[in-house]
Design a protein around this ligand. Sequence first.
Ligand code: PNS
Length: 163
Amino acid sequence: MNIAICPGSFDPITLGHLDIIQRASLMFDKVYVAVLVNPSKNPSFTAKERMDMIKKAVSGIPNVEVECFDGLLADYARLRCAHTIVKGLRAVTDFEYEFQLALINRKLNPEIDTVFLTSGAQHMYLSSSFVKSIAQFGGDISDFVPECICREISERLSRRDEK
Ligand code: PNS
């Protein structure tokens, strides 16, 4: 079985992430969407909240499973017998960081290859950080996140802003 991992912070999942997950699900027998810790980010949503939102967003895709893992991606790949990591590349600005991560992951687990999918043109400018900023200021995020979790994200972030 050809197993892939779509890793990320997903804080929260955007339509750009979902596009990559959907496309990966057509290429592999099984795709694990893994919510992992990015030490350089301070998430707004708990890992459980992020996982639950992703689960709602991918509920129609049969070969996709959502998990969280509090460790190295290289170890998680071993655990799930996955040999491929799938990531989206939005622009040249993503490249250096992703290139470095791909090399580190291969060093930590030589059985892993990282495959990059070009982001959909309509998602090139999209990021979870922008989505959060827009929602915090009461803006409309419906073009940027899956419809089934749009309200949840808006309410949660604008509520947080009132505190
Ligand atoms: O969506 P992001 O924040 O760009 O995803 C980055 C993520 C979470 C995939 C990356 O930080 C990661 O793999 N974290 C797990 C720890 C790890 O394996 N780090 C790589 C070696 S330093």
